[in-house]
Design a protein around this ligand. Structure first.
Ligand code: MRU
Length: 352
């Protein structure tokens, strides 16, 4: 069984340990790990996409909370709580769309509030145990999602994905890519068409790299080729990840996903979303309330160090879009597939 290098790892004990992560901005040319010892370092790593992908952001933030309270070993309960709450607020301000971030911070904060009166070192140990649990659960959810989704793929098929919903985006095997890894291991013959995913090229830099490492046939295409590749009959299914899914199944994912879903519908190709329960936001009845991150215009005008647009041009750079539930054939979760995608079915499957 292939064991990929962990996307992030906690090194050391609770009171002096640190968070080590692959710097994904350097892939695929350089494989470099960075060490985060402070909350601003974790914040910066999330903000700058050194660690990215909804579940990976959540796991990293959970470890970031441990880092944030390391100074409170000798602190009274009130001081501990003040530091804990400030750490959670700071990390929550890094990126707005992936709900896994807020889900993980909420878990850490709730636990912290329940143990504030315990001795300082015990509090730290308990928070590290919880962060490790969030990481381990994510790994298990990835595998379960892979098993669920693989059953939906034909024995021989072309599949298309957008952005990177692979191991690099999680603590385990990924979500959409876990489906491909599972199908491949089951002996299904598949070729993955990876959209390069403008403007930050997660598909080119990360998805094609991961699939090649795992020996899964992959063909890289520019985003604007997806429709033609479908028209040519090369794609029998689309599987993507998600950053936040509303109660009715409307799913936010990397900008461009909505266009792919429309193209899939136009060609009669099933469009699937793969995501763990930690990506659902049941407080939102539908996708209209999902906050969409706006990113710097330089990502478009100066992609990867070279100016490619006139100085001063007005730019619009939303990092995510929302695909409405009616375009989604099924959502693969660790509890099974949600299909058809309706509020009732989301609720039923998530309840187990
Ligand atoms: O901006 P990114 O790279 O964090 O966006 C990531 C995505 O859109 C992924 O598809 C999503 O987080 C799912 S990851 C399992």
């Amino acid at each position: 069984m292939f064991a990929p290098h962990p996307t992030m790892t906690w090194i050391g004990n609770a009171s002096t340990g640190l968070l080590r992560m692959i710097d994904q901005t350097r892939l695929p040319v350089e494989f470099i790990e960075i060490d985060c010892r402070t909350v601003p370092q974790v914040w910066e790593a999330i903000k700058m996409l050194r660690v990215r992908g909804a579940p990976a952001i959540g796991v990293s933030a959970a470890y970031g909370v441990v880092i944030g309270v390391q100074s409170t070993s000798d602190a009274a309960p009130q001081q501990f709580l003040t530091t804990l709450d400030a750490t959670c607020s700071e990390l929550a301000s890094s990126r707005p769309t992936a709900v896994n971030l807020f889900w993980a911070l909420d878990r850490m904060q709730k636990l912290g509030h329940g143990i504030a009166n315990e001795p300082g070192p015990d509090r730290l140990d308990s928070l590290l145990v919880e962060a490790r649990r969030i990481e381990a659960e994510d790994r298990e959810m990835c595998d379960a999602i892979g098993r669920v989704g693989a059953a939906f793929l034909p024995d021989e098929c072309g599949v298309l994905t957008h952005c990177n919903a692979g191991g690099l985006a999680t603590a385990g095997n990924g979500t959409a890519l876990s489906v491909f890894f599972a199908a491949h291991e089951q002996g299904k013959t598949l070729r993955v068409y990876a959209d390069e995913t403008r403007p930050l090229l997660q598909g080119a830099r990360l998805t094609s790299w991961e699939l090649m490492q795992r020996g899964v046939p992959v063909t890289l295409i520019c985003d604007n080729m997806a429709g033609w590749v479908m028209r040519e009959g090369k794609v029998q299914a689309v599987v993507v990840g998600a950053d936040r899914i509303a109660a009715n199944g409307d799913a936010a994912n990397k900008i461009g996903t909505y266009s792919v879903a429309q193209l899939a519908a136009a060609h009669g190709i099933p469009f699937y979303v793969a995501a763990p329960s930690s990506t659902f936001d049941l407080t939102l009845p539908d996708g209209t309330g999902i906050p969409i991150e706006q990113r710097a215009s330089e990502e478009i005008t100066h992609g990867f160090g070279r100016q490619t647009a006139p100085t001063g041009v007005e730019v619009y750079n939303p990092a995510f879009d929302v695909t409405p539930n009616h375009l989604i054939r099924a959502i693969f979760t660790e509890n099974g597939a949600i299909t058809p995608v309706t509020t009732e079915n989301v609720k039923r499957v998530l309840q187990g």
